[in-house]
Design a protein around this ligand. Structure first.
Ligand code: F3S
Length: 426
Protein backbone atom coordinates (compact mmCIF):
# COMPACT_ATOMS: atom_id res chain seq x y z
CA UNK A 1 0.00 0.00 0.00
CA UNK A 2 1.16 3.49 -0.75
CA UNK A 3 1.20 5.64 2.40
CA UNK A 4 1.60 9.41 2.57
CA UNK A 5 4.35 10.91 4.72
CA UNK A 6 1.80 11.71 7.42
CA UNK A 7 0.50 8.14 7.41
CA UNK A 8 4.03 6.71 7.59
CA UNK A 9 4.78 9.01 10.52
CA UNK A 10 1.65 7.83 12.31
CA UNK A 11 2.64 4.22 11.71
CA UNK A 12 6.13 4.93 13.04
CA UNK A 13 4.82 6.38 16.29
CA UNK A 14 4.94 10.16 15.75
CA UNK A 15 1.50 10.49 17.31
CA UNK A 16 1.95 7.92 20.05
CA UNK A 17 1.66 4.14 20.39
CA UNK A 18 -2.14 3.89 20.11
CA UNK A 19 -2.19 5.78 16.80
CA UNK A 20 0.76 3.64 15.61
CA UNK A 21 -1.19 0.47 16.46
CA UNK A 22 -4.24 1.87 14.67
CA UNK A 23 -2.21 2.62 11.55
CA UNK A 24 -0.56 -0.80 11.67
CA UNK A 25 -4.01 -2.41 11.81
CA UNK A 26 -5.28 -0.35 8.86
CA UNK A 27 -2.22 -1.23 6.77
CA UNK A 28 -2.64 -4.95 7.48
CA UNK A 29 -6.36 -4.71 6.70
CA UNK A 30 -5.76 -2.69 3.52
CA UNK A 31 -3.10 -5.10 2.26
CA UNK A 32 -5.43 -8.05 2.80
CA UNK A 33 -8.00 -6.20 0.66
CA UNK A 34 -5.48 -5.21 -2.02
CA UNK A 35 -6.25 -1.54 -1.38
CA UNK A 36 -3.82 0.83 -3.06
CA UNK A 37 -3.88 3.30 -0.18
CA UNK A 38 -5.94 4.90 2.55
CA UNK A 39 -8.79 7.40 2.26
CA UNK A 40 -9.01 10.37 4.58
CA UNK A 41 -12.21 10.16 6.61
CA UNK A 42 -13.76 12.71 8.94
CA UNK A 43 -16.86 10.78 9.91
CA UNK A 44 -16.72 7.47 11.77
CA UNK A 45 -19.74 5.55 13.08
CA UNK A 46 -18.80 2.56 15.22
CA UNK A 47 -19.75 0.60 18.32
CA UNK A 48 -17.32 1.05 21.16
CA UNK A 49 -19.77 1.19 24.07
CA UNK A 50 -21.81 -1.95 23.29
CA UNK A 51 -21.35 -4.28 26.29
CA UNK A 52 -20.22 -7.89 25.96
CA UNK A 53 -18.77 -10.54 28.29
CA UNK A 54 -15.36 -10.24 26.56
CA UNK A 55 -15.37 -6.48 27.07
CA UNK A 56 -16.32 -6.88 30.74
CA UNK A 57 -13.35 -9.24 31.22
CA UNK A 58 -10.90 -6.86 29.55
CA UNK A 59 -12.19 -3.85 31.51
CA UNK A 60 -11.76 -5.81 34.75
CA UNK A 61 -8.18 -6.65 33.74
CA UNK A 62 -7.00 -3.25 32.56
CA UNK A 63 -9.81 -0.72 32.20
CA UNK A 64 -11.21 0.76 29.01
CA UNK A 65 -7.75 1.50 27.57
CA UNK A 66 -7.10 -2.24 27.59
CA UNK A 67 -10.52 -3.06 26.11
CA UNK A 68 -10.03 -0.60 23.24
CA UNK A 69 -6.45 -1.80 22.63
CA UNK A 70 -7.49 -5.44 22.29
CA UNK A 71 -10.91 -5.12 20.62
CA UNK A 72 -10.51 -2.01 18.47
CA UNK A 73 -6.78 -2.01 17.75
CA UNK A 74 -5.99 -5.73 17.81
CA UNK A 75 -3.05 -5.03 20.14
CA UNK A 76 -1.91 -7.06 23.15
CA UNK A 77 -0.27 -4.03 24.68
CA UNK A 78 -1.94 -1.78 27.23
CA UNK A 79 -2.13 1.40 25.19
CA UNK A 80 -3.32 4.73 26.49
CA UNK A 81 -6.18 5.79 24.22
CA UNK A 82 -6.04 9.44 23.15
CA UNK A 83 -9.02 11.56 22.00
CA UNK A 84 -10.51 10.51 18.65
CA UNK A 85 -8.80 12.32 15.78
CA UNK A 86 -12.00 12.77 13.74
CA UNK A 87 -15.72 13.10 14.55
CA UNK A 88 -16.96 9.71 15.69
CA UNK A 89 -20.37 8.57 16.83
CA UNK A 90 -21.66 5.57 18.68
CA UNK A 91 -24.25 3.54 16.77
CA UNK A 92 -26.81 1.33 18.53
CA UNK A 93 -25.69 -0.30 21.77
CA UNK A 94 -27.29 -2.12 24.70
CA UNK A 95 -30.20 -0.72 26.74
CA UNK A 96 -29.45 2.16 29.12
CA UNK A 97 -30.25 2.87 32.81
CA UNK A 98 -33.71 4.25 32.01
CA UNK A 99 -34.72 0.82 30.73
CA UNK A 100 -34.06 -0.90 34.07
CA UNK A 101 -37.29 -2.40 35.36
CA UNK A 102 -38.85 -2.01 31.91
CA UNK A 103 -36.70 -4.24 29.74
CA UNK A 104 -35.16 -7.54 30.90
CA UNK A 105 -31.57 -6.55 30.14
CA UNK A 106 -28.69 -7.51 32.48
CA UNK A 107 -27.92 -4.82 35.10
CA UNK A 108 -24.16 -5.47 34.83
CA UNK A 109 -24.31 -4.65 31.10
CA UNK A 110 -26.23 -1.42 31.83
CA UNK A 111 -23.51 -0.39 34.31
CA UNK A 112 -20.68 -1.39 31.97
CA UNK A 113 -22.21 0.63 29.14
CA UNK A 114 -22.70 3.71 31.33
CA UNK A 115 -19.03 3.49 32.23
CA UNK A 116 -18.10 3.14 28.56
CA UNK A 117 -20.13 6.22 27.65
CA UNK A 118 -18.10 8.30 30.12
CA UNK A 119 -14.77 6.94 28.85
CA UNK A 120 -15.53 7.36 25.14
CA UNK A 121 -17.53 10.56 25.54
CA UNK A 122 -14.45 12.15 27.14
CA UNK A 123 -12.47 11.07 24.10
CA UNK A 124 -14.85 12.73 21.68
CA UNK A 125 -17.29 9.97 20.75
CA UNK A 126 -20.82 11.38 20.37
CA UNK A 127 -23.19 8.91 22.00
CA UNK A 128 -25.96 9.05 19.38
CA UNK A 129 -26.86 5.45 20.31
CA UNK A 130 -28.82 4.70 17.17
CA UNK A 131 -28.52 2.65 14.01
CA UNK A 132 -29.83 5.73 12.15
CA UNK A 133 -27.22 8.43 12.88
CA UNK A 134 -28.40 10.19 9.70
CA UNK A 135 -31.73 10.93 11.46
CA UNK A 136 -30.12 12.78 14.33
CA UNK A 137 -27.55 15.10 12.84
CA UNK A 138 -24.82 12.90 11.40
CA UNK A 139 -25.23 13.68 7.70
CA UNK A 140 -22.06 13.30 5.64
CA UNK A 141 -22.10 15.25 2.40
CA UNK A 142 -22.16 13.71 -1.06
CA UNK A 143 -18.79 12.23 -1.99
CA UNK A 144 -17.50 12.28 1.58
CA UNK A 145 -15.42 9.25 2.58
CA UNK A 146 -16.65 7.72 5.84
CA UNK A 147 -16.01 4.66 7.99
CA UNK A 148 -19.39 3.39 9.14
CA UNK A 149 -20.59 0.10 10.56
CA UNK A 150 -24.22 -1.18 10.60
CA UNK A 151 -25.50 -2.48 7.29
CA UNK A 152 -28.72 -0.42 7.27
CA UNK A 153 -26.79 2.80 7.94
CA UNK A 154 -24.09 1.98 5.37
CA UNK A 155 -26.58 1.38 2.56
CA UNK A 156 -28.40 4.62 3.46
CA UNK A 157 -25.15 6.64 3.55
CA UNK A 158 -23.98 5.34 0.18
CA UNK A 159 -27.26 5.34 -1.69
CA UNK A 160 -29.38 8.15 -0.27
CA UNK A 161 -26.70 10.57 0.94
CA UNK A 162 -24.10 9.79 -1.74
CA UNK A 163 -21.39 9.44 0.93
CA UNK A 164 -18.81 6.66 0.51
CA UNK A 165 -18.33 3.89 3.00
CA UNK A 166 -17.83 0.15 3.08
CA UNK A 167 -19.46 -1.89 5.80
CA UNK A 168 -16.67 -1.54 8.34
CA UNK A 169 -16.11 -3.49 11.54
CA UNK A 170 -15.35 -2.79 15.20
CA UNK A 171 -11.58 -2.78 14.68
CA UNK A 172 -11.45 -0.75 11.46
CA UNK A 173 -13.79 1.94 12.83
CA UNK A 174 -11.76 2.10 16.06
CA UNK A 175 -8.54 2.53 14.08
CA UNK A 176 -10.21 5.05 11.74
CA UNK A 177 -11.30 7.15 14.74
CA UNK A 178 -7.70 7.55 15.89
CA UNK A 179 -6.14 8.15 12.47
CA UNK A 180 -8.81 9.67 10.22
CA UNK A 181 -8.00 6.99 7.66
CA UNK A 182 -9.58 3.81 6.29
CA UNK A 183 -8.50 1.49 3.42
CA UNK A 184 -9.58 2.95 0.10
CA UNK A 185 -11.36 0.16 -1.75
CA UNK A 186 -14.87 -0.98 -2.71
CA UNK A 187 -17.53 1.70 -2.29
CA UNK A 188 -14.92 4.47 -2.06
CA UNK A 189 -14.26 4.10 -5.80
CA UNK A 190 -16.57 5.26 -8.62
CA UNK A 191 -16.16 1.95 -10.43
CA UNK A 192 -17.69 0.05 -7.51
CA UNK A 193 -20.69 2.35 -7.18
CA UNK A 194 -22.28 1.85 -10.59
CA UNK A 195 -25.42 -0.23 -10.99
CA UNK A 196 -25.10 -3.92 -11.81
CA UNK A 197 -28.77 -5.03 -12.03
CA UNK A 198 -31.88 -3.32 -13.37
CA UNK A 199 -35.05 -4.01 -11.37
CA UNK A 200 -38.34 -2.94 -12.96
CA UNK A 201 -41.25 -2.43 -10.59
CA UNK A 202 -44.43 -3.56 -12.37
CA UNK A 203 -46.83 -3.37 -9.44
CA UNK A 204 -47.59 -0.24 -7.40
CA UNK A 205 -45.02 0.39 -4.66
CA UNK A 206 -46.18 3.29 -2.53
CA UNK A 207 -46.37 2.31 1.13
CA UNK A 208 -43.79 1.71 3.85
CA UNK A 209 -44.63 -2.00 3.69
CA UNK A 210 -44.26 -2.08 -0.10
CA UNK A 211 -40.77 -0.56 0.08
CA UNK A 212 -39.75 -3.20 2.62
CA UNK A 213 -41.09 -5.99 0.41
CA UNK A 214 -39.32 -4.53 -2.63
CA UNK A 215 -36.05 -4.23 -0.68
CA UNK A 216 -36.30 -7.79 0.59
CA UNK A 217 -36.93 -9.06 -2.96
CA UNK A 218 -34.11 -7.00 -4.45
CA UNK A 219 -31.54 -8.10 -1.84
CA UNK A 220 -32.39 -11.73 -2.50
CA UNK A 221 -31.96 -11.26 -6.25
CA UNK A 222 -28.74 -9.21 -6.36
CA UNK A 223 -27.10 -10.38 -3.10
CA UNK A 224 -24.06 -8.07 -2.74
CA UNK A 225 -24.42 -6.29 -6.07
CA UNK A 226 -25.90 -2.86 -6.85
CA UNK A 227 -29.53 -2.68 -8.01
CA UNK A 228 -31.03 0.15 -10.04
CA UNK A 229 -34.76 0.36 -9.30
CA UNK A 230 -37.18 1.84 -11.83
CA UNK A 231 -40.86 1.57 -12.71
CA UNK A 232 -44.16 1.88 -10.91
CA UNK A 233 -42.98 3.17 -7.57
CA UNK A 234 -44.09 6.38 -5.90
CA UNK A 235 -41.61 8.95 -4.63
CA UNK A 236 -40.15 7.38 -1.49
CA UNK A 237 -39.53 9.36 1.69
CA UNK A 238 -36.75 8.93 4.26
CA UNK A 239 -38.70 6.24 6.09
CA UNK A 240 -39.41 4.24 2.90
CA UNK A 241 -35.74 4.33 1.85
CA UNK A 242 -34.64 3.42 5.38
CA UNK A 243 -36.87 0.33 5.21
CA UNK A 244 -35.93 -0.53 1.62
CA UNK A 245 -32.17 -0.42 2.26
CA UNK A 246 -32.33 -2.31 5.56
CA UNK A 247 -34.42 -5.06 3.92
CA UNK A 248 -32.06 -5.32 0.93
CA UNK A 249 -29.08 -5.53 3.27
CA UNK A 250 -30.80 -8.37 5.20
CA UNK A 251 -31.93 -10.75 2.44
CA UNK A 252 -28.70 -9.91 0.56
CA UNK A 253 -25.69 -7.77 1.35
CA UNK A 254 -26.65 -4.64 -0.59
CA UNK A 255 -24.50 -1.63 0.35
CA UNK A 256 -25.40 0.60 -2.58
CA UNK A 257 -28.48 1.05 -4.78
CA UNK A 258 -29.85 3.63 -7.15
CA UNK A 259 -33.36 4.93 -7.70
CA UNK A 260 -33.04 7.07 -10.84
CA UNK A 261 -34.41 10.54 -10.32
CA UNK A 262 -34.31 10.12 -6.54
CA UNK A 263 -30.86 9.06 -5.30
CA UNK A 264 -27.99 11.47 -5.90
CA UNK A 265 -25.72 9.43 -8.17
CA UNK A 266 -28.52 8.41 -10.53
CA UNK A 267 -30.14 11.34 -12.32
CA UNK A 268 -31.03 8.81 -15.06
CA UNK A 269 -30.96 5.04 -15.56
CA UNK A 270 -27.97 5.45 -17.89
CA UNK A 271 -26.08 7.50 -15.30
CA UNK A 272 -26.81 4.87 -12.66
CA UNK A 273 -24.95 2.33 -14.83
CA UNK A 274 -22.10 4.79 -15.43
CA UNK A 275 -22.47 4.63 -19.20
CA UNK A 276 -22.13 0.83 -19.27
CA UNK A 277 -24.78 -1.20 -21.15
CA UNK A 278 -28.07 -1.39 -19.24
CA UNK A 279 -28.84 -5.07 -18.48
CA UNK A 280 -32.18 -6.75 -19.04
CA UNK A 281 -34.59 -6.00 -16.20
CA UNK A 282 -35.53 -8.31 -13.36
CA UNK A 283 -39.25 -7.73 -12.77
CA UNK A 284 -40.92 -7.09 -9.41
CA UNK A 285 -44.58 -7.68 -10.21
CA UNK A 286 -47.59 -8.68 -8.13
CA UNK A 287 -46.50 -12.36 -8.09
CA UNK A 288 -43.04 -11.42 -6.75
CA UNK A 289 -44.60 -9.07 -4.18
CA UNK A 290 -46.86 -11.85 -2.88
CA UNK A 291 -44.06 -14.43 -2.86
CA UNK A 292 -41.83 -12.05 -0.87
CA UNK A 293 -44.63 -11.42 1.64
CA UNK A 294 -45.18 -15.18 1.98
CA UNK A 295 -41.46 -15.73 2.56
CA UNK A 296 -41.34 -13.14 5.33
CA UNK A 297 -44.41 -14.72 6.89
CA UNK A 298 -43.34 -18.36 6.76
CA UNK A 299 -41.95 -18.15 10.31
CA UNK A 300 -45.30 -17.79 12.07
CA UNK A 301 -47.87 -20.47 12.83
CA UNK A 302 -49.56 -19.35 16.05
CA UNK A 303 -51.65 -16.20 15.69
CA UNK A 304 -51.38 -15.45 19.43
CA UNK A 305 -48.99 -12.50 19.51
CA UNK A 306 -47.01 -11.76 22.72
CA UNK A 307 -44.82 -8.99 21.45
CA UNK A 308 -44.91 -6.28 18.77
CA UNK A 309 -41.82 -4.41 17.64
CA UNK A 310 -41.84 -1.19 15.62
CA UNK A 311 -38.84 0.94 14.72
CA UNK A 312 -36.26 -1.15 12.89
CA UNK A 313 -34.19 0.68 11.74
CA UNK A 314 -34.89 3.10 14.58
CA UNK A 315 -38.15 4.96 14.05
CA UNK A 316 -38.44 8.37 12.47
CA UNK A 317 -40.53 11.02 14.18
CA UNK A 318 -43.30 10.39 11.62
CA UNK A 319 -43.34 6.70 12.54
CA UNK A 320 -43.62 7.48 16.27
CA UNK A 321 -46.43 9.96 15.58
CA UNK A 322 -48.27 7.43 13.37
CA UNK A 323 -47.98 4.76 16.06
CA UNK A 324 -49.36 7.23 18.63
CA UNK A 325 -52.31 8.01 16.37
CA UNK A 326 -53.02 4.30 15.85
CA UNK A 327 -52.91 3.72 19.63
CA UNK A 328 -54.94 6.76 20.68
CA UNK A 329 -57.73 5.77 23.07
CA UNK A 330 -56.82 2.06 22.87
CA UNK A 331 -55.23 -0.30 25.36
CA UNK A 332 -52.80 -3.16 24.74
CA UNK A 333 -54.03 -6.71 25.16
CA UNK A 334 -53.17 -8.29 28.50
CA UNK A 335 -49.94 -10.21 27.99
CA UNK A 336 -48.91 -8.45 24.77
CA UNK A 337 -46.17 -5.82 24.74
CA UNK A 338 -45.45 -3.15 22.11
CA UNK A 339 -42.00 -1.58 21.90
CA UNK A 340 -41.13 1.27 19.57
CA UNK A 341 -37.37 1.62 19.09
CA UNK A 342 -36.22 5.18 18.39
CA UNK A 343 -33.10 7.33 18.44
CA UNK A 344 -32.82 8.93 21.88
CA UNK A 345 -32.76 12.44 20.37
CA UNK A 346 -36.07 11.79 18.56
CA UNK A 347 -37.58 10.19 21.67
CA UNK A 348 -37.04 13.54 23.40
CA UNK A 349 -38.96 15.30 20.61
CA UNK A 350 -41.69 12.63 20.69
CA UNK A 351 -42.13 13.18 24.40
CA UNK A 352 -42.25 16.94 23.99
CA UNK A 353 -44.81 16.58 21.19
CA UNK A 354 -47.11 14.48 23.36
CA UNK A 355 -46.74 11.30 21.26
CA UNK A 356 -45.08 9.34 24.05
CA UNK A 357 -47.86 10.14 26.52
CA UNK A 358 -50.44 8.66 24.10
CA UNK A 359 -48.26 5.59 23.47
CA UNK A 360 -47.69 5.01 27.18
CA UNK A 361 -51.36 5.55 28.02
CA UNK A 362 -52.06 2.57 25.76
CA UNK A 363 -49.48 0.52 27.66
CA UNK A 364 -46.80 0.61 24.94
CA UNK A 365 -43.20 1.86 25.27
CA UNK A 366 -40.83 4.10 23.38
CA UNK A 367 -37.35 2.67 23.95
CA UNK A 368 -33.95 3.92 22.84
CA UNK A 369 -30.32 2.93 22.27
CA UNK A 370 -30.83 -0.67 21.24
CA UNK A 371 -33.31 -3.20 19.82
CA UNK A 372 -34.32 -6.81 20.49
CA UNK A 373 -31.97 -8.19 17.81
CA UNK A 374 -28.96 -6.17 18.99
CA UNK A 375 -29.44 -6.81 22.69
CA UNK A 376 -31.00 -10.28 22.36
CA UNK A 377 -33.80 -9.05 24.55
CA UNK A 378 -37.58 -9.41 24.35
CA UNK A 379 -40.37 -9.47 26.93
CA UNK A 380 -40.08 -12.60 29.10
CA UNK A 381 -41.87 -15.61 27.67
CA UNK A 382 -42.18 -14.22 24.14
CA UNK A 383 -43.06 -16.97 21.69
CA UNK A 384 -44.61 -15.03 18.80
CA UNK A 385 -43.80 -11.50 17.71
CA UNK A 386 -45.08 -9.18 15.00
CA UNK A 387 -43.25 -6.36 13.27
CA UNK A 388 -43.53 -3.94 10.37
CA UNK A 389 -39.79 -4.32 9.67
CA UNK A 390 -38.55 -6.82 7.08
CA UNK A 391 -35.11 -6.71 8.72
CA UNK A 392 -36.35 -7.54 12.20
CA UNK A 393 -38.62 -10.29 10.79
CA UNK A 394 -35.56 -11.69 9.00
CA UNK A 395 -33.24 -11.80 12.03
CA UNK A 396 -35.20 -12.04 15.28
CA UNK A 397 -36.66 -15.57 14.89
CA UNK A 398 -33.14 -17.01 14.49
CA UNK A 399 -31.66 -14.86 17.29
CA UNK A 400 -34.37 -15.51 19.89
CA UNK A 401 -35.97 -18.73 18.61
CA UNK A 402 -39.43 -17.16 18.27
CA UNK A 403 -42.09 -17.02 15.56
CA UNK A 404 -42.58 -13.89 13.47
CA UNK A 405 -45.32 -12.08 11.58
CA UNK A 406 -44.59 -9.26 9.16
CA UNK A 407 -47.25 -6.70 8.26
CA UNK A 408 -48.20 -3.05 8.17
CA UNK A 409 -47.79 -0.72 11.14
CA UNK A 410 -51.59 -0.65 11.57
CA UNK A 411 -51.75 -4.47 11.57
CA UNK A 412 -48.98 -4.60 14.17
CA UNK A 413 -50.78 -2.12 16.40
CA UNK A 414 -53.98 -4.14 15.94
CA UNK A 415 -52.08 -7.28 17.02
CA UNK A 416 -50.82 -5.47 20.12
CA UNK A 417 -54.36 -4.39 21.03
CA UNK A 418 -56.10 -7.69 20.32
CA UNK A 419 -53.29 -10.17 21.00
CA UNK A 420 -54.06 -11.80 17.61
CA UNK A 421 -52.36 -11.63 14.24
CA UNK A 422 -54.90 -10.74 11.52
CA UNK A 423 -52.58 -9.35 8.88
CA UNK A 424 -52.92 -10.03 5.19
CA UNK A 425 -51.42 -8.57 2.05
CA UNK A 426 -53.73 -6.19 0.24
FE1 F3S B 1 -31.39 -0.97 14.14
FE2 F3S B 1 -31.70 -3.15 15.52
FE3 F3S B 1 -32.92 -2.89 13.25
S1 F3S B 1 -29.84 -2.01 15.31
S2 F3S B 1 -31.52 -1.71 12.03
S3 F3S B 1 -33.28 -1.64 15.07
S4 F3S B 1 -31.92 -4.75 13.93
Amino acid sequence: MILTDTERAMRDGAEGPAVAAAMDLLVRYGEALDAEGLCEVRNVAGTTTQPSPAKARLVAEGGWDKAFSVINLDSDEDLEIPPMAVPTCQLQQGFGPDSVGTVPYPADFVALQSDAEVFYGRRGVSILATCTPYQVGNLPVRGEHCAWMESSAVVYANSVLGARTNCEGTASTGAASLTGRVPCWGNHHDRHRRGTHLVRVDTPVATFQDWGLLGYFVGDVVQEARPVVTGAHALPDLTDLKHFGAAAASSGGVEMYHVPGVTPEAPTVEAAFGGQPVPEAVVFGEAERRATYARLNDQGSSTDVDFVLLGCPHASLDQIRDAARALEGRRLHDGTELWIMAPRALAVVAERSGYTAVIEAAGAKVLTDSCPAMSRTAPPGTRVFATDSAKQAHYLPAILGIEAWFGTTAECVDAAVTGRWRGELR
